[in-house]
Write a protein that binds this ligand. Sequence first.
Ligand SMILES: [Mn+2]
Length: 436
Amino acid sequence: MKLITSHETADFDALASCVALQKLFPGSVIGLSGGFASNVHQYLTLHSDRFRTQRCQDLDLSEVDLLMVADVRRRGRLAHVEEVLGRATRNPRSVRILVWDHHPCAPDDLHADEEYVQPVGSVTTLLVEELRARGTEVDREEATLFSLGIHEDTGSLAYARSSSRDAMALGWLLGQGAQPGLLQRFLRPPLDALERDLLVRLLEAVHDVPRFGASIGVAGLEMAEVPAGLARVSTEAFRILPHDALFCAYRLPNGKTHIIGRAQANTVPVGVILQELGGGGHAGAGSGVVRDLSLAEVVSRLHTGVERSCRRPQVVRDLMSSPVRTVTPDMPLFELAQSLHEWGRAGRRRRKARRCGLTSRRRTSPARGTRVARGLELHGSPRPKCRARRAAHRSSRSNAVPQRGPPSCARRPEDRRHPFARRPAGTSLRRIPLLG
Ligand SMILES: [Mn+2]
């Protein structure tokens, strides 16, 4: 038997890629775990006669000699075909395994005979490209289902992992008669009453991860009953909340905890964090199921995963030095320079009447102090910004100074004795009279 399968809780990308594989391998059977995302379940209720899937537990898996796996290659997410995988490990000749996937590598990846793994937004894209290359006919229903797969996994080409190949596959499918009117109905169906209640509870339960502030949120909920669309409710909460990433843990009455993670592009590696809890996914979206842990333990493990995988955002305090020291405007510069040296600080607040400002060790350095003492404060000739103008300015100054400048000012003996000559009391920094 040729068996096609995908991950548990099949989404549209999983179903579409299985159907596309069945076209490439006529006579094969689609066997899944039996769990579907709510919108896929709704779609199959209407199209079960057109796209037939079976539950693996209803199939005789001992007859499988070719196993084709789409949209997943992690063994942990393929418990429903563990019998076949175990047989392949013990006796590799008894079964061939082929894999089509677009997820990043994980430690428990299958060792397949052939692997077709490409970094595209949706694995359906890879199979649509193959169908197109072989000139296989695709009817309207198939084109619509394949479009649903690509749209769902790429967020209608809005997710960061979307590629031009996904867009080209969608364009080709439209040409084959895909019905865009059905996309909205199945991709973003309205929430039902149970899901709306859950959304309200979820929004109230979200708390910020300490040290990460409002950028990462975690929520843990005990569930008395399970609405169908946990993933949809989590996505909706993520859309409403201001967080860059959101992790929702739902502890079900059967003791399992479902975790769903969502993140903005290039912020939090959701897939990596959920991998540590036995789940998986991409940088922007992932999920997992945890058994044998209380809700508090799951939430604590999520916090630990975030701490380990994310860098805390820098805050203003990281750049500030403390304690803040102030000086009075009438403090002589040489005293300030000495204090700065003692404090080991480069910058200092400078109070001037009612205004506050900053001064620095550089501004009170001996060289500058000498210039101040000599009355050569820069307000007379500001330094030109452009390099060429600076060179011209330097040469004009080097020519002009010998004739123009008072020869005595640089040679005053008290200047040499102490570079920070005390300026007369009552004069401000910008009103130093020329000495000499
Ligand atoms: Mn996928």
